[in-house]
Design a protein around this ligand. Structure first.
Ligand code: PGA
Length: 254
C-alpha cells in the first residue's frame, strides 16, 4: 500500500487555543494515523500556534509546518517571519505561493522563489503551490499558467541552484477553482497536469526529491478517486482538515 503526505492547511480558521484543543484532543489518534502505513501528517496552523503544537507533538511522526514565510532572512521588515525563525523552533515544512496569498497579498513568482531559496537553504521542505483560475481552465490555459508559475524556479535550477538532495520538495497543484468550492478536478485533467509538472521538473533537476501533491476540496468521499492517480504523493487539505473525523477518513482510506 502506498504512503502519502497529508498537509492540514488550517489557514486562519483556528486560534491558538483552538489549535491546542484540536492537537490535544486528537493527539493519540493523529499519531496512530501517521504511524499507519508510514504516512506523514503535517499540520500547518497559524504562526502563533506553531510553537505550542511543536511542543505537543515533540519529535513525533506528526510534523508542524508554516503557511508562509518572509522572502527576507532578517532585517527591518516589520511584521515578517523569517524562515530562520521557523527553523529555530523546529518547523520542518512551509507552504509558499498559496493562491490566497497570491490573490490577497499580491505575491509574485519572484517573491515566492526567494522564499523557496531561503527555505531550502535551511533544509525546510517547501510546499510550492501552483494552479490556474477558472477562467484560465475554461480557456484551456492550464499548462501555460503552470509553466509561467514554474518558470523562474526552472531557470534558477538550470543556472545551478542547489537544492539539498534528501529534502522533499513538494509541488502542490491546487486549481484555484477547486479551493473551497466543493469541486474537484477530474482524474484525466489531473493526470495531464501532473505528468506535465513531473516532466518539466525532472528535465532540469532529476536528482531533486520532487513530490507532487494535489489540493482543492478534498474530502472523505472524493479521496478514493484521487488515490487512484499514480503520480500523486500527497494531499493539501483545507476545510476537511478542521474536522478530525473527516481528516481520518481521508488518511484511512486505501
Ligand atoms: P480546501 O483548501 O481543501 O478547503 O479546498 C485547500 C487549500 O487551499 O489548500
Amino acid at each position: 500500500m502506498k504512503s502519502y503526505t497529508y498537509f492540514a492547511n488550517w489557514k486562519m480558521n483556528f486560534s491558538t487555543q483552538d489549535s491546542i484543543n484540536f492537537a490535544k484532543f486528537n493527539h493519540e489518534d493523529l499519531l496512530k494515523l501517521a504511524k499507519n502505513l508510514n504516512n506523514e501528517i503535517v499540520i500547518c496552523p497559524s504562526f502563533l500556534s506553531i510553537y505550542s503544537l511543536l511542543k505537543i507533538f515533540d519529535s513525533s511522526e506528526v510534523k508542524i509546518g508554516a503557511q508562509n514565510c518572509s522572502r527576507f532572512m532578517e532585517g527591518n521588515f516589520t511584521g515578517e517571519v523569517s524562515a530562520k525563525y521557523l527553523k529555530e523552533i523546529g518547523c520542518s515544512h512551509c507552504i509558499i505561493g498559496h493562491s490566497e496569498r497570491r490573490k490577497y497579498n499580491n505575491e509574485t513568482d519572484t517573491e515566492i522563489l526567494e522564499k523557496f531559496i531561503n527555505l531550502t537553504k535551511l533544509n525546510i521542505s517547501p510546499i510550492l503551490c501552483i494552479g490556474e483560475t477558472l477562467e484560465e481552465y475554461k480557456n484551456n490555459n492550464t499548462l501555460n499558467i503552470l509553466k509561467s508559475q514554474l518558470n523562474l524556479l526552472i531557470e534558477c535550477l538550470i543556472s545551478g541552484l542547489e537544492v539539498p538532495k534528501r529534502l522533499s520538495i513538494y509541488i502542490a497543484y491546487e486549481p484555484v477553482w477547486a479551493i473551497g468550492t466543493g469541486i474537484v478536478a477530474n482524474n484525466e485533467h489531473l493526470n495531464k497536469v501532473f505528468t506535465y509538472i513531473k516532466n518539466s521538473l525532472q528535465k532540469v533537476a532529476l536528482d531533486v526529491n520532487w513530490k507532487l501533491i494535489y489540493g482543492g476540496s478534498i474530502n472523505g468521499e472524493n479521496i478514493k478517486s484521487l488515490k487512484k492517480l499514480n503520480l500523486i504523493e500527497g494531499f493539501l487539505i483545507g476545510g476537511s482538515s478542521l474536522h478530525f473525523q473527516e481528516l481520518k477518513k481521508i488518511v484511512d482510506l486505501d
